[in-house]
Design a protein around this ligand. Structure first.
Ligand SMILES: Cc1ncc(COP(=O)(O)O)c(C=O)c1O
Length: 376
């Protein structure tokens, strides 16, 4: 383990010395029982107070317990091993959502005395996680490497850099090559939230880190299973010791009910089937929409499936969205506080569901809308 993450080892040692060390056991719940390997035990750990969660349709019980108590179905282990390999990391840990994965990772690892350098457009779950940590937060201008280089030159116990891979409201990629170079030069812990790049970008959908060839330089991967994978949940991938530390310390992991194992099974199912065909189709659609919008005169700075059309004024964005709605196109106007005041936008997101016809019809409506609302 790199020196910059060495504090995790010393903290784990303390936890062990004080007999506070926690490990995960994999048990499947069955009515009043819980089964660990072949051992069937009476379950006195469940929160399913009314005995309701057996689901006949799914033929599988929904656990209602923390993963450290009785909610750790063996399918978690299989999925976590897959996710670790998917990110070229030693281990991974599933959280109920990506939001909770950010909260529980950044706030556990960063501490008072540390500094977190955070991109100004980072998602609210990152911002909240940084606040919870007690570390000093230094916001750098969006993907501005000069600003990052300047601001990272400050005294701190430990330094963290946190960025999204594909920015959720702008659809551009973080300059991960440069960011990972700056992180290495400054011995900073690089955290990548790849919620929108994961399963979409890079070979086999391995995400933005792989796409830029810097997978190994990412210290902490945080992502969602609810977007590109088409399932539900969140996860973190990192070194074994980091995951061990999170199991022991991360509040949004320990003190909440586990992701229901039917959702773990769903994620596993999605993982196994080859998604290359859908990814190809998605990227074909993205190119079609980018070039179509540009040829209509729209200014497009997106490099991904997320394509914002910046309107500026909040009311104008609502009117623009309503016009599209009335003409058969559903997009969501995005306003403050999700984005800055006067940068309201409609946020298009492209999927593999769309046919060439759908895109052409959308472009047709967008052409009329651009004239009606005098966008350029
Ligand atoms: C960048 C980013 N990170 C994290 C999340 C949270 O993921 P989840 O929906 O799994 O909680 C989102 C969700 O929109 C996101 O856009």
């Amino acid at each position: 383990m790199k020196h910059k993450l060495g504090f995790v080892n010393s903290n784990l040692k303390k936890i062990r010395d004080w007999n506070l060390y926690r490990t995960l056991q994999y048990g499947r719940t069955e009515g009043p029982y819980i089964i660990f390997k072949r051992k069937k035990l009476i379950n006195l750990c469940s929160n399913d107070y009314l005995g309701l969660v057996t689901n006949q349709i799914l033929n599988k019980q929904l656990e209602s317990s923390s993963r450290l108590v009785a909610g750790n179905d063996p399918s978690f282990k299989i999925l976590e091993e897959k996710l670790a390999r998917h990110k070229s990391q030693e281990s991974s840990l599933i959280f109920p959502t990506g939001y909770m994965a950010n909260l529980g990772t950044i706030s556990t690892l960063a501490q008072k005395g540390d500094v977190i350098l955070s991109d100004e457009l980072n998602h609210v779950s990152i911002i909240e996680a940084c606040r919870l940590s007690g570390a000093k937060i230094t916001v750098y201008k969006h993907d501005d490497m000069i600003d990052l280089e300047k601001k990272i030159r400050q005294k701190a116990n430990r330094k963290f850099i946190v960025t999204e891979g594909v920015f959720s409201m702008d659809g551009d990629f973080a300059n991960l090559k440069e960011i990972s170079y700056i992180a290495a030069k400054n011995d900073a812990i690089l955290t990548l939230d790849d919620a929108h790049g994961d399963f979409v970008v890079g070979s086999d959908g391995r995400g933005t880190g792989q796409h830029f060839g810097v997978e190994k330089n990412i210290d902490l991967y945080v992502s969602s299973l609810s977007k590109g994978l088409g399932a539900f949940g969140g996860y973190v991938a990192s070194k074994n010791k980091v995951i061990e530390f999170l199991i022991n310390k991360s509040k949004s992991f320990i003190y909440t009910s586990a992701l229901p194992s039917i959702l773990v099974d769903l994620a596993l199912k999605r993982f196994i089937s080859n998604r290359e065909k859908q990814r190809k189709k998605l990227w074909k659609n993205i190119r079609l929409m980018h070039s179509g919008l540009r040829s209509l005169g729209y200014e497009i700075n997106s490099s991904s499936q997320i394509i914002p059309i910046i309107i500026g004024n909040e009311k104008a964005a609502l009117d623009f969205g309503r016009y599209l709605f009335e003409n058969g196109i559903f997009v969501q106007p995005i306003r403050y506080p999700t984005v800055k005041m006067n940068t309201a936008r409609v946020r298009i997101s492209i999927t593999a569901w769309l046919s060439k016809n759908h895109i052409e019809k959308s472009l047709d409506v967008l052409e009329h809308a651009s004239r009606k609302f005098r966008i350029f």
